[in-house]
Write a protein that binds this ligand. Structure first.
Ligand code: SD4
Length: 326
């Protein structure tokens, strides 16, 4: 019996038509390596998010539920100092949260500069499902949340307050993402029905200016989903991601036929080119997942990792490839 390799070798000798159709079937078999359902999430806290999301996906639940309930885990965890409750505050000592969510039909919802509400991702979902709008910010977003049954809570924990007070002694604003651990959670999922969704939620850059909004609640920057193609999310310095419409760019490269990993790498290169003169400490990482269940990530610098869960291999961490060491 001939194996695949000897079959391809033989085919190479028998004329153009068979050659090209053989190569085509070979490359499409590579493409189909992905699987569904599958979920991928940024950083170490992506592991817990994936665990929660998988509870939905494994039972045939929707990608949208998986990403929302997945990212609620780090949102509620005070040990995660970059997301939700326990997140580091801005320079005035206020915890202000950004989040967005998007499904395969281009429906999306977002909240920015939200204070006092532990689960901004669920408020974002409600904006998507119960309003004619995409984005609510600040006091308006809070009023909307309270009117819909969310409770106001103090999100600044003692340790974050102490860290902020220490920071106030010098007030130097030097964000170093994935060293000081202010890392957004971005999650992407493909469910058993073949539908994609994504969610992104953060307390943003620690000690940012009061009122600053990053990329994470901005559709096309921190997150983008196109149900026909794929989904992407970003982490890192939000200003750099907004300037380049980062996640939308990743999805567009997948539309042009790039693999998720290649698409993330191209977007990273683009950011490096457009930020040539401000590369000091710049870190941005992208994750992408396509319609076939293939996934990949890429960071400007070392240290960006992510969690992947599927039926075959369970939940595990992977290191993203990168362009430079710190
Ligand atoms: C922001 N992108 O607010 C977020 C921060 C982040 O890893 O992702 N840190 O700019």
């Amino acid at each position: 019996m001939q194996n695949r390799r000897s079959f391809i070798k033989k085919s190479l000798t028998v004329g153009g038509g068979l050659l090209s159709s053989t190569l085509f079937s070979f490359s499409s078999s590579i493409k189909k390596e992905g699987m569904k359902p599958i979920m991928i999430s940024t950083w170490n806290h992506g592991f817990g998010a994936n665990e929660a999301g998988w509870e939905y996906l494994k039972e045939g639940g929707s990608a949208l539920d998986a990403v929302e309930y997945g990212v609620r885990v780090p949102e509620a965890d005070p040990k995660e100092r970059s997301v939700g409750y326990g997140g580091l505050p801005d320079r005035e000592g206020k915890v202000t949260l950004d989040a967005c969510i998007m499904d395969h039909k281009h429906d999306c919802g977002s909240v920015a500069f939200l204070q006092g509400i532990k689960h901004p991702i669920s408020v974002a979902r409600l904006v998507m499902e119960n309003t004619p709008h995409v984005m609510l910010v600040g006091e308006g977003a809070k009023q909307f949340a309270l009117a819909n049954g969310f409770e106001e809570e103090e999100l600044l924990i003692e340790q974050s307050k102490k860290d902020w007070e220490k920071w106030m002694e010098t007030s130097k604003y030097k964000p170093v993402i994935n060293i000081e651990n202010h890392d957004t959670i971005g999650a992407l999922a493909l469910d058993a029905d073949g539908n994609l969704a994504g969610a992104c939620t953060t307390s943003g850059a620690a000690y940012k200016m009061h009122g600053r909004v990053g990329d994470s609640p901005i559709i096309g920057a921190g997150l983008f989903v196109d149900g026909e193609v794929g989904a992407a999310c970003a982490t890192g310095l939000g200003e750099a991601v907004i300037r380049t419409a980062g996640s939308a760019m990743v999805v567009e490269y997948m539309r042009m036929g790039k693999s998720p990993r290649e698409a993330c790498e191209i977007a990273v290169k683009r950011i490096m080119n457009t930020h040539k003169n401000r590369m000091e400490n710049l870190q941005v990482g992208f994750l992408a997942l396509n319609k076939d269940g293939e996934y990949g990530g890429y960071g400007i610098r070392s240290g960006f990792n992510f969690a992947v869960v599927d039926k075959k291999n369970g939940n595990r961490m992977e290191d993203a490839p990168y362009k430079m060491e710190w």
